[in-house]
Ligand binder design. Structure first.
Ligand code: FE
Ligand code: FE
Length: 396
């Protein structure tokens, strides 16, 4: 009796996290064979824009797994060409391997949704479920889950402690546009993506008209941030008209100001490295602020924005001494755009059109109070911004 692992997914694109997971499943379960089963069309997911056609995704997966001696890419779902359900795949594979033990390999992120899968009971009768989890996962919660899972489906899942490369396919797709994806992919996969211009890498994003810039940049955000970014862009343009700055620059800086924000702290640091940027220790340890320098550099490299726009993005989280009008506008617009709601926001909104410096100072002071209440320090750039606004002089 052979042990056969089944590792399904969209692999969109297949990245090093998948390869390391495959190695770990093979080792922990002592698999004789691991089948990568690319989904033809995921039943509960809409495909993201710029997803290559199924055949191309299959080619990429073959390239990614070509050096895994124990693995094969299986087209069982690919040829079904419709909605793919795991239970159907398992029925087909069980018919093909009637005397072997099948293991359904997945990450614990599937854990919460498993009950909603089509025919979970039958899935568990056809295969042993194996779930990889991070080594820092809550052991107690996993044990509870295993217990209730076992009660419902007659067999407990096997948990495999493993710290995969944390990156997700969504992040890899973003890094393909922003930079740094080569570290997350096997070399042949990266080369094919770039050579064929897959995942939108073939498009030149520099100097786009605003509507195209908006579409391209919004595609890099998590859905929840889109309204904020549009609000900031529109507010910035309105403030620019009142305060004599270029409304086009303001709109562009607003739409791009958070363009790298969907990346985690670790990914921000990775992107900084890719861009060859050095930041001070305060920023390195306050990774929430890192999206300002990375977004500014992305605006410059990826979108070809001018220096005024990039600089406004660079200082939008902290401010600094002696800011340009556009820098002030983006800082304030980010703070007061229509989706913001906090005590004092109405005062800030009213002030912003009358007295930009006063609004900027108010924003900085509110931030300082907030940080104080959290016991968190304020960065030097913000302190210098406050000092400059109060004295009209740079700190010495
Ligand atoms: Fe931001
Ligand atoms: Fe923002």
């Amino acid at each position: 009796m052979a042990k056969i692992g089944i590792y399904g997914g969209t692999f969109n694109p297949p990245h090093l996290g998948h390869i390391l997971a495959a190695r770990e499943f093979q080792r922990a379960l002592e698999l004789d064979l691991l089948l990568f089963v690319p989904t033809y069309l995921p039943p509960h997911k809409k495909l993201p824009p710029d997803t290559p056609d199924a055949q191309t995704r299959l080619d990429l997966l073959r390239l990614a797994t070509e050096n895994l001696a124990f693995a094969r890419v299986d087209e069982v779902e690919f040829h079904r060409q419709g909605e793919s359900y795991t239970v159907e795949t398992l029925r087909t594979l069980k018919a093909r391997y009637p005397h072997d033990q099948l293991y359904l390999c997945m990450g614990t992120d599937m854990l919460l949704s498993f009950d909603g899968w089509y025919q979970p009971q039958e899935i568990c009768s056809l295969a042993q479920v194996a779930m990889a989890h991070r080594t820092d996962a809550d052991e107690g919660a996993l044990a509870d889950y295993a217990h209730s899972f076992g009660k419902r489906y007659g067999k407990k899942p096997i948990f495999i402690p493993n710290d995969f490369v944390e990156v997700s396919s969504t992040t890899v797709r973003r890094l393909l546009i922003l930079g740094g994806a080569e570290d997350e992919l096997t070399l042949p996969v990266y080369q094919k993506i770039m050579a064929d211009g897959l995942y939108g890498t073939g498009r030149d994003r520099r100097g786009l008209p605003f509507e195209l810039l908006k579409a391209e940049s919004l595609a890099l955000h998590n859905e929840g941030r889109v309204r904020h970014v549009i609000g900031c862009s529109e507010t910035a343009a309105a403030l620019a008209k009142v305060h004599g700055a270029d409304p086009e620059d303001a709109a562009r800086a607003g739409i791009l100001h958070d363009v790298t924000k969907a990346l985690s702290g670790a990914e921000q640091l990775h992107l900084l490295k890719t861009y060859g940027m050095i930041v001070d220790d305060f920023l390195k340890t306050h990774t929430k602020l890192l999206h300002a320098p990375t977004a500014a550099e992305a605006a410059r490299r990826v979108f070809g924005e001018n220096e005024a726009v990039c600089s406004a993005i660079r200082w939008h989280t902290s401010g600094r001494a002696n800011m340009s009008t556009l820098e002030k506008i983006i800082y304030v617009a980010d703070y007061m755009e229509p989706n913001r709601d906090f005590p004092g926001v109405e005062e800030l909104r009213a002030l912003a059109y009358r007295d930009l410096d006063a609004a900027l100072l108010l924003g900085l002071e509110i931030t300082r109070e907030h940080l104080k209440s959290q016991g968190a320090p304020m960065g030097r750039d913000s302190l210098e911004a406050i000092a400059f606004l109060k004295t009209g002089k740079e700190a010495t």
